[in-house]
Design a protein around this ligand. Structure first.
Ligand code: GLV
Ligand code: MN
Ligand code: MN
Length: 410
């Protein structure tokens, strides 16, 4: 194992990340929804970089960039995603793809390294059309009917139409070749404040949270906002607001130490100033690494709905629309990251769970997987101000390349 920093590792990543940031730039971040022109241009940018890393690759029928090396020996799969949330940050996704590209550039061109890093850019990690569609397709978890049913959550555009406009209609989706890879390694910004607040440089991910999503629908009676007496109203919007407040009062008594919950979208129908809403719905998300905790919270939502229904003013239904399994990261991968951190980050690392979802949790269903975090300034992410210090980006890249080297040579 090398005990001194390799001068080659890390040097190209800032230029590459800034090149991707210039595609679809929005203020200091980017706006690259899945299958938008800047997203597709970013995929083409990556394809053009592959020869530097001794890789060939293509975009498959769901928008994944998948690559192969002809080098003999073990293969490590590494990557992340190139689309962004709307009007969001420049590093959420691209950091992991560029670290993977850097590892491939350094290790695949090194005759002393047996084996190679193969780079992947998974499509739609950010869930514009579904959730983890690209990586789930790769592991065999997406059917043609799923694609037929998928549409862009912002514009409503059908996924089939988006694939066709991107020139991907009729192109086969690529499935994992079982046994080809020794595992999957992904780097990401932390998207929280733990590393920054403790003066640390590297997060060694131990587990990735499960994400559970619910649609909670309230039905009342649409009526005139001026003539309907307060005692006669069946206001679906008010019932929804009370439900949100009740969740915040009741969940803290039964949740786990790291459970989080978010009402990400509320819709009132018809949503006009002079009309009492007849229906209302909310998209409600719970995250925890322990499915038993989520099951307890889900049962509480159902109890709360029964209590509202018993009052007979408005009806409530709670429908689970996404069950995301938590994932454990492989101990061998954690050890490789820890050893690389001792070499390149002065050992300033911490084992920690991920509260964000990542493609690594999907890959972990078919191969050993690991994840490395670098600090996020102020813990901000899913916002265009998201950032990481340049020196932390370079340190992270050096740790990542060394961890890949260790995983290939173990
Ligand atoms: C991924 O972006 C997540 O929402 O956790
Ligand atoms: Mn991400
Ligand atoms: Mn994200």
């Amino acid at each position: 194992m090398p005990d001194t920093p390799s001068s080659a590792a890390g040097t190209g990543v800032l230029a590459d990340l800034n090149a991707l940031r210039a595609i679809g730039a929005y203020r200091s971040g980017v706006h690259k929804p899945t299958f938008s022109a800047p997203h597709l241009e970013s995929l083409q940018w990556l394809l053009a970089k592959l020869p530097e890393a001794g890789l060939t690759g293509a975009i498959d029928g769901i928008g994944n960039v998948l690559t192969t090396s002809t080098k003999t020996g073990p293969k490590l799969l590494a990557g992340s995603h190139l689309e962004s949330q709307n009007y969001a940050g420049w590093l959420d996704g691209p950091l992991g793809v560029i670290y993977a590209l850097e590892a491939a550039r350094v290790l695949n061109n090194d005759p002393d390294v047996t084996g190679a890093v193969e780079v992947a850019a998974w499509c739609d990690e950010e869930g514009h059309f579904g959730h983890f569609l690209g990586s789930r397709s790769y592991v065999g978890g997406v059917t043609e009917a799923d694609i037929d049913a998928a549409s862009d959550r912002s514009s409503g555009r059908a996924m089939r139409e988006a694939l066709s406009a991107a020139g991907l209609a009729g192109i086969p989706r690529q499935a994992a070749e079982r046994g080809r890879h020794v595992g999957y390694l992904e780097a990401h910004i932390e998207q929280g404040r733990t590393l920054e607040s403790e003066g640390l440089k590297i997060g060694i991910v131990t587990s990735i949270v499960g994400i559970f999503q619910y649609r909670i629908t309230f039905t009342g009676e649409q009526n005139h906002a001026g003539t309907t007496r307060m005692t006669d109203r069946r206001d679906a919007g008010l019932a929804l607001a009370k439900f949100c407040v009740a969740i915040d009062e009741r969940f803290p008594h039964i949740c786990g130490p790291r459970t989080v919950w978010t009402t990400g979208r509320i819709t009132l129908d018809p949503g006009a100033p002079s009309i009492i809403p007849g229906t209302a719905d909310m998209l409600f998300q719970v995250r925890d690494a322990d499915v038993a905790v989520v099951a307890r919270l889900e049962a509480e939502l159902q109890t709360m709905a029964e209590e509202v229904n018993a009052q007979a003013r408005c009806r409530v239904t709670v429908e689970c629309i996404r069950r995301g399994t938590p994932a454990m990261m492989e101990s061998k991968f954690q050890q490789a990251i820890e050893a690389a951190s001792s070499n390149f980050a002065g050992g300033k690392s911490l084992r920690m769970p991920s509260g964000a979802g990542h493609d690594a949790q999907v890959l972990a269903t078919i191969m050993p997987a690991g994840m490395l975090f670098v600090p996020s300034i102020g813990g901000i992410s899913h916002h265009w101000t998201e950032n990481t210090a340049d020196e932390d980006i370079v340190t992270g890249a050096q740790v990542f390349v060394d961890a890949c080297r260790r995983l290939l040579t173990q």
